[in-house]
Design a protein around this ligand. Structure first.
Ligand code: FAD
Length: 393
């Protein structure tokens, strides 16, 4: 039976960072991953380019972690998003910052990030076994016994980094929650988070249209971000964020011009070249397919010259542009959402170390915890930061 100081279960971003930190501080460290390769889910983030962190201020980062971001204050004081950026830069990775502070490798390849984490693991001497699924974890006195199908390992501390319950094909099937249950560690309820929205009647004519910085209002909550019309309904960051507030069929409100009041928008429409057709006069304000659709909804012919359109009809266009009601049927299921809301209850986790208050020596990091963030690099930030903190402590 092989003995280690630290065993990390799960090779996503949180597990890899935990293993690196543990080995960096001189602990004999083993990482066990059931997939053939490490970081399978990580490789899918940011559209396959790996949205490794976000460059926002700490306040912004915490604001973008609506599921218990404040729990991370103490962890961020040890290792934060800027430390993540420095970590990769020092390892020779060129990074770039895109809209909304999202940080990517300049290569646009998630492989760059995953290979760097692997390189650091090997540099500090982490033993990493892939195709190795942990099947059970037991504690006797101060020692944990970790069983896989073929082998048994022992360690004085174990870091559970098995992820949430979304996209189970990536390996995140909730094994860490089973471990928690076996040790009588409480879990909070699970819900889909960062989920696309299914509409009762998806608007086929608008499929593929993407809108920048529009505002959704859902159950009185306002969300300003980019939105995408799809074959099933709505996606893009605004829709994903809205999903947190949707438990049943509901009506959401879309404002295409959140920077203008209704009267300002009307004034703007009235100030356009009145000799032009509606289609041409409004060209700069709407994408063509969207404009045709909206004009049809308010019974206006796109070829009508603006000067022939009366104020009441123009007000109709303002009304739908500012208060477009979209009936939402439901979110995707938990498995098909991007992030898991719910997990190991933070009441029993030490925020300075990620160690369980109920089972000394047992740590939980990353999405297995009851922490959920918006897409945009915030979940990965939480995973890397909690991983680092557990690994160093
Ligand atoms: P995971 O990355 O889920 O890793 C857990 C690992 O544990 C897996 O490799 C799994 O195989 C392994 N494991 C599980 N059980 C066992 C076992 N019994 N034995 C051995 N190994 C085991 N977040 C963002 O911040 N920005 C984004 O743009 C973004 N985009 C996303 C896009 C998609 C399509 C998805 C699905 C998620 C996205 N996320 C994004 C969320 C982000 O990927 C996760 O929050 C993050 O990967 C969680 O990291 P983790 O290390 O906690 O868990």
């Amino acid at each position: 039976m092989k003995k280690y100081d630290t065993i990390v279960i799960g090779g996503g971003p949180s597990g890899m960072m935990a293993a690196i930190a543990s080995a960096y501080y001189g602990h004999k460290t083993l990482l066990l991953e059931k997939n053939r390769r490490l970081g399978k889910k990580l490789s899918m983030t940011g559209g396959g380019r790996c949205n490794v962190t976000n460059n926002g201020s700490l306040d912004e980062i915490i604001e973008n972690i609506p599921g218990n971001g404040r729990f991370l204050h103490s962890a961020f004081s040890q290792f934060d998003n800027q430390d993540i950026i420095t970590f990769f830069k020092d390892a020779g990775v060129k990074l770039k910052i895109e809209d909304h502070g999202r940080v990517f490798p300049a290569s646009d390849k998630s492989a760059t990030i995953i290979e760097t984490l692997l390189k650091k693991m090997s540099e500090y001497g982490v033993t990493s076994l892939t195709k190795t699924e942990v099947t059970s974890l037991k504690k006797t006195d101060d020692l944990f016994t970790v069983k896989t199908k073929d082998e048994i390992f022992q360690a004085s501390r174990v870091i559970v980094a098995t992820g949430g319950k979304t996209y189970p094909s990536t390996g995140s099937t909730g094994f860490g929650h089973e471990i928690a249950r076996r040790f009588n560690i409480p879990l909070t309820d699970f819900h889909p988070s960062e989920s696309p929205l299914i509409m009762e009647k998806p608007i086929k004519d608008l499929q593929g249209i993407s809108l920048n910085d529009v505002e959704l209002t859902v159950n009185k909550k306002k969300i300003k971000h980019d939105l995408l019309f799809t074959h099933f309904g709505l996606s893009g960051p605004a829709a994903l964020r809205a999903s947190t507030f949707i438990q049943q069929a509901t009506m959401i409100n879309l404002d295409l011009f959140p920077e203008m009041t209704k009267s300002e928008l009307l004034g703007h429409f009235e100030s356009l070249d009145r000799n032009k057709s509606l289609k041409n006069a409004l060209k700069a304000d709407f994408q063509e397919r969207l404009l045709i659709y909206l004009l049809e909804r308010v019974n206006l012919d796109p070829q009508t010259p603006l000067k022939q359109v009366n104020k009441k009809d123009l007000e109709g266009l303002v009304e739908i542009s500012k208060k477009w009601k979209l009936p939402i049927e439901k979110t995707f299921s938990l498995e098909k959402s991007f992030v898991t809301q719910g997990g190991v209850d933070l009441k029993n986790i030490n925020p300075k170390t990620m160690e369980s208050r109920l089972v000394p020596g047992l740590y939980f990091v990353g999405e297995v915890l009851d922490i959920n963030a918006h897409t945009g690099g915030y979940n990965i930030t939480s995973a890397l930061v909690t991983g680092w903190v557990a690994g160093t402590n």
